[in-house]
Design a protein around this ligand. Structure first.
Ligand code: ADP
Ligand code: MG
Length: 374
């Protein structure tokens, strides 16, 4: 479980430290930085997969992710920082990733000296650190400085990694021998296990509304295109009772039906009062999204961290309480990170989990934790 998260210089976050719990509900007004915080975790996951540059390019390139600086910078006439720092600590280790821009002399190198690189907006990994949890970075297990990395060996000495590492990627994606480097491997495996869901497409052409290949699916895909198979997998090897009960409570005593047509699975809902079951094409956006959330939260192979960005979007108000209840069930096996604009959802999750929400606000152009209301 992540206990502490430290973000600096990423979008609206100048410098923020959060103490995390099993259920983290981040709430606050529009534009206060909820999605930025969520995306900082997604960025760490992408960096670990070796997809850092692509993830940042999709956000508009490295300069656009740096904190643009608020009043504080204007008044002090300083230049805003040009580093993004994302770090966390769990029970075992601390890990920190620092991202910046290419240094000036990088342009002059290469096969055509004098010709500048076109990859100027790609991030460069400047520094990376791993330390045993609770030691406050004084006893490093790994220190990485652009292309060089030092690792602590069995005798306790810091030795240089024999090969240079690519500046474009995290060491977590590059130094992967689990026998030689068990702590790097443990952190990588943990981060690769994080799972994020931010939007489920439910328009008429969405794959959700049509029969899909049905193979055993313990992990719902990010776009939920394998929803019917994922739900059937829960019915067969997961918490069948919780799934059926949640659907019954949330969707007017409805019963979930999954049918196979050869290798394709289709889902429908048997709703009391209707003469025939409703096909996925006929369900409302909210009903379909709720089923996606059921499949994500009741996964028979729960992730170490599950992030949901605004899960309440397009849900009927009646579905808020069942969703909060489901989140309470999932929190027994997974650490949860939920950003929500809905005070009703935040309130209901507090009731089911007993853990208070984290209220964010924007102050002088930066995301901060709001003081407790009481
Ligand atoms: N590079 C940046 N520097 C400073 N602020 C930024 C940067 N990029 C986006 N923002 C600010 O972040 C806010 C949007 O945050 P977001 O996480 O999308 O909010 P929400 O809480 O609605 O999810 C906006 O106020 C925007 O001005
Ligand atoms: Mg948002």
């Amino acid at each position: 479980m992540i206990r502490k998260l430290d973000i600096e210089g990423y979008r609206s976050i100048r410098d923020l430290t959060l103490q995390l719990t099993p259920v983290n509900v981040l709430t606050g007004p529009n534009g206060c930085g909820k999605s930025n915080l969520y995306n900082s975790l997604v960025l760490l996951a992408r960096a670990t997969e070796g997809r850092l540059a692509r993830a940042i390019a999709e956000e508009g390139g490295t300069p656009s992710v740096f904190w643009a600086g608020g009043e504080r910078i204007r008044l002090q006439r300083k230049r805003p920082p040009r580093r993004v720092i994302i770090g966390y600590e769990d029970e075992d280790y601390g890990y920190e990733l620092q991202i910046g821009l290419p240094s000036k002399n990088e342009y002059a190198l290469g096969s055509e000296p004098g010709k500048p690189t076109m990859f100027t907006l790609d991030p460069r990994v400047k520094e990376e650190y791993i330390w045993p949890a609770g030691t406050n970075k004084r006893v490093l297990m790994l220190k990485r400085d652009e292309p060089s990395a030092w690792l602590r060996n069995n005798e306790g000495a810091m030795v240089a990694h024999p090969f240079g590492v690519s500046k474009f990627d995290s060491v977590l994606a590059q130094i992967i021998d689990p026998h030689l480097y068990p702590e790097i491997s443990s952190i990588r495996n943990n981060i690769l296990n994080w799972r994020f869901y931010h939007h489920f497409r439910t328009d008429a052409a969405s794959p959700l509304r049509h029969p899909q290949i049905g193979v055993q699916t313990p992990v719902l895909s990010a776009d939920a295109s394998d929803l019917a198979a994922a739900l059937q997998t829960i019915l067969e090897i997961g918490d069948k009772q919780a799934l059926e009960e949640t659907i019954r409570l949330a969707l007017g005593n409805a019963i979930l039906l999954i049918e196979a047509d050869g290798t394709r699975f289709r889902l429908s809902l048997e709703v009391p009062g209707l003469l025939r079951p409703l096909d996925a094409r006929e369900l409302s956006d909210g009903q379909l999204r709720f089923l996606c959330l059921c499949a994500a939260l009741l996964s028979p192979r729960p992730p170490s961290l599950l992030g949901l960005n605004e899960p309440e979007s397009s849900l009927h108000p009646d579905l808020i309480d069942p969703l909060a209840r489901l989140i309470g069930i999932a929190s027994k096996t997974t650490q949860l990170w939920i950003t929500t604009h809905s005070q009703a959802l935040a309130e209901r999750i507090e009731v089911y989990s007993g853990i208070p929400r984290i209220q964010l606000q924007m102050r002088n152009g930066e995301t901060v934790i709001a003081a407790a209301a009481n």
